[in-house]
Design a protein around this ligand. Sequence first.
Ligand SMILES: *Cc1c(COP(=O)(O)O)cnc(C)c1O
Length: 426
Amino acid sequence: MIYNTSEELATRLDSEDPLVRYRSEFHLPLQSNGTPYIYLCGNSLGLQPKSTEAAIKQELSDWQKLGVEGHFHAKNPWLPYHEFLTQAMAKVVGAKPEEVVVMNTLTVNLHLMMISFYQPTTSRNKILIESDAFPSDRYATESQIKMRGFDPETSLLELKPRAGEVCLREEDIEATIEEYGDEIALIMLGNTNYYTGQYYDIHKITKWGHRKGCRVGFDCAHGAGNIHLQLHDSGCDFAVWCNYKYLNAGPGGMGGAFVHERHHHDKTLDRLTGWWGHNKETRFKMRDGFDPIPTTEAWQLSNPPIMAMASVWASLKIFDEVGMPSLREKAIKLTSYLEYLVNTLGEKVINIVTPSDVNQRGSQLSIQMKNANKSLYDYITQQGVIADWREPDVIRVAPVALYNSYTDVYNFYKILKEGIEANTSI
Ligand SMILES: *Cc1c(COP(=O)(O)O)cnc(C)c1O
């Protein structure tokens, strides 16, 4: 595709966009003058599908009318409710339905997974993470290390970019696993880095980790609903994600977990248990010893919050209809168009730190503003852009294939350009 900086091109790309109608299925936040914001923050909090309200109201209404009977007689009975989401969730992350479950929130799920898959010994007790891992992931891994009687100073191993670089190089990830693999109990990486937007190849990392006898898990917070993940085929041991970023489940919405099927019958795994992970046939007898469901459901603890599940389900229905392949196809185009436009501003003023290789990124671009300060970001915000500023000088933007248009991207570029030109400090 050959791009140019004309507004006509944005209009044409929108008119040719096969997913264009999905924009109207979302609530776009409005400015005080009634026009929608240019919302480029779906990597942080996805927008609300218009269908969400009715989905939650359905459950409120069934609760009003049925009380406890809703477990069996609600339109969508609450007892098996989580099962209604499984098929669509599995499709989004490229897994078998038995391998995924919607439950809890991300960091909780990460802990549940580490209880099972971080089994340190005196000779193999390290967890490998990214040096700029999301803070919650760092706290979670550190606390797991301490709980098992080890010291994060020595047991937390960090993958650092080379001096003067921001992204990790694949060959360096491989070399670190090769060098320290015998001491690594668990490799736990964000599969798409929240800061740089860099996507790490989960297939290769899993292969390198397993070759050295490490367990491998991924935090897919920025991957789920963004990258066309193939969790099952990657062979990784587990993955966790939240559903409120690209998956539009709403603030604090429920997360997801994947456990590869090869672990489903392993009764020797350590696990925190609760009644919702117990064999469904005998769950209500409440007498038997714990009998894990031979699927990822075995990691469920409690009966789930139905209103929160309804919200995830409403969004998953849209993903199910569109399918990740078409979403990804548009995302690549939309992000490449954004990259083209931003790069025309010149390397003296901007530097996109996200890899330029489309196979190493999703929808997000992290744009370093050289010599700029937050006033530039404040300016674009005033002009109706919702993006994200990371100190000291990075603007993160994510055009989301489901509801962002090429015109959104164009208007963002125009406002950014005006902001740069108006700012005499550059
Ligand atoms: C968003 C995000 C989280 C958030 O964790 P919650 O438990 O959902 O609050 C954690 N890790 C990463 C990498 C994230 O991007």
